[in-house]
Design a protein around this ligand. Structure first.
Ligand code: SAM
Length: 408
């Protein structure tokens, strides 16, 4: 511009390819009210998360390659031997420290934001959940259920009170917090209803098992059922059960499912390591999404074994998770993925991603020639047109996962 005011602008402004506004998230009868300032805060944190992932993290990699790794080589006279050595070397680098501190801050702020929204309306939301679910046998809670220590001892991903803490009778605030803040954590990559994992698994089942007609489906660690509902919608003749130990999540989840008009869904409070209420072979499809990384190994062993018992012949067990740390994944990427274990209150994350899951399936009774390994990814085109075609998988735009499981 020459300041005269009549010079034409010839270059087209670059198209905006960032995150959508958080208000694209699907609203339903249980979704808490968000004010102008809540929305601004949610958008800011989601944008900051994306900025950290796409604009700052690449400089951490440069810092690793140009500073931290050469330091390890100089000190040890060899290349770093494992991801732990990489992480420890990164800890001394200011670029990693800055990225890591900001990432932790977005998690803390995400929880503060969601809790503020959920707690402000806690009583109204509890009353709404009650009116939607009262007397409905689809919601089955067990106030005597012992909460496993690996759930109760940790504020998972900085979430105060984890999945189970109840602050008032009939509390659903943990569910409301989880729902309202999901956009910040995922930046919309799971789509309008935060259900990309469930839709991905449906797509896989429809493609790989086109004649499969499940009568009963069990989703273990369903939380509030984000990924359960697309399965229920895709298989309307099946009875679909979401199981969790956290009552606030289940109350919110059942009320949300009803508000969204699903009629073939149940939510049950139980510990999946022992499910005597279900007979052998009770389910044709047992699954989890983003669940295994929060399990103790003792509990995983029990849940795999219980899944084998509960699965009908011809049925399938499927788990959607972040990728395992295989030898073809660089130690740097492994160390960066391990961030959640050390700085985001995910104590089992690191171990889960290094263990031999095949061995765990076989130990539980599944046949070695019936194991399943594949990849699935979330389609977020409903709110984020560029996402589905973007191939940047890691810390980028596309949510891509590993699918592991077994047929019986
Ligand atoms: C990371 S979240 C799972 C996310 C969820 N599947 C989704 O797609 O949104 C883990 C969930 O597993 C539940 N959980 C942990 N251990 C469990 C167990 N032994 N039995 C049932 N639920 C469990 C927690 O309460 C929590 O809601």
């Amino acid at each position: 511009m020459d300041g005269s005011g009549d010079t034409p602008i010839t270059a087209a402004a670059p198209a905006y390819d960032g995150l959508p506004d958080s208000r694209v998230v699907g609203r339903h009868g249980m979704f808490p009210h968000t004010t102008h300032d809540d929305i601004a805060r949610i958008n800011f944190l989601a944008q900051l998360n994306r900025h950290l992932a796409t604009q700052v993290a690449p400089f951490v990699k440069t810092a690793w390659e140009t500073r931290a790794e050469p330091r390890v080589r100089a000190a040890e006279g060899r290349a770093p031997k494992d991801r732990h050595e990489v992480r420890k070397a990164l800890l001394g680098d200011p670029m990693f420290a800055t990225w890591s501190a900001l990432r932790r801050m977005t998690m803390e702020q995400r929880q503060q934001t969601g809790r503020w929204v959920a707690l402000r309306e806690a009583e109204t939301l509890a009353a709404r959940a009650k009116s939607l679910t009262e007397g409905d046998p689809g919601l089955s809670l067990d106030p005597t259920l012992p909460i496993p220590r690996y759930v109760s001892a940790v504020d998972h991903h900085c979430m105060a009170g984890s999945y189970h803490t109840e602050l008032i009778p009939g509390d659903v605030s943990a569910g409301a917090n989880y729902d309202v803040g999901m956009f910040i954590t995922t930046g919309g990559l799971l789509g309008r209803w935060s259900d990309g994992g469930g839709r991905a698994i449906v797509e896989w089942v429809k493609r790989e098992k086109p004649d499969f007609k499940p009568r009963r489906i069990l989703d273990i660690g369903a939380t509030l059922g984000h990924n359960l509902l697309p399965i229920a919608a895709a298989f309307p003749d099946a009875e679909v059960i979401g199981l969790d130990v956290g009552a606030p999540m289940l109350r919110y989840g059942m009320a949300r499912a009803k508000a969204l008009g699903l009629t073939n869904v149940r939510f049950i409070q139980a510990d999946a390591s022992s499910l005597p209420m279900f007979e052998d072979g009770a389910f044709d499809w047992i699954q989890t999404t983003m669940f295994l990384h929060e399990l103790s190994l003792t509990s995983m062993r029990a849940i795999f074994s219980e899944s084998h018992r509960l699965l009908a012949p011809g049925g399938v067990v499927l788990h959607v998770e972040q990728p395992q740390y295989t030898p073809d994944m660089s130690l740097y990427e492994q160390a960066m993925r391990d961030w959640d274990a050390f700085y985001n209150n995910e104590p089992f994350w690191s171990t889960l991603h290094e263990i031999d899951l095949d061995a765990r399936f076989i130990e539980a009774g599944f046949a070695a020639n019936k194991l399943i390994h594949d990849k699935v990814s979330a389609d977020a085109r409903d709110i984020f047109p560029a996402a589905a075609d973007d191939t940047v998988e890691d810390f980028g735009r596309k949510a891509a996962w590993r699918l592991v499981g077994a047929e019986k």
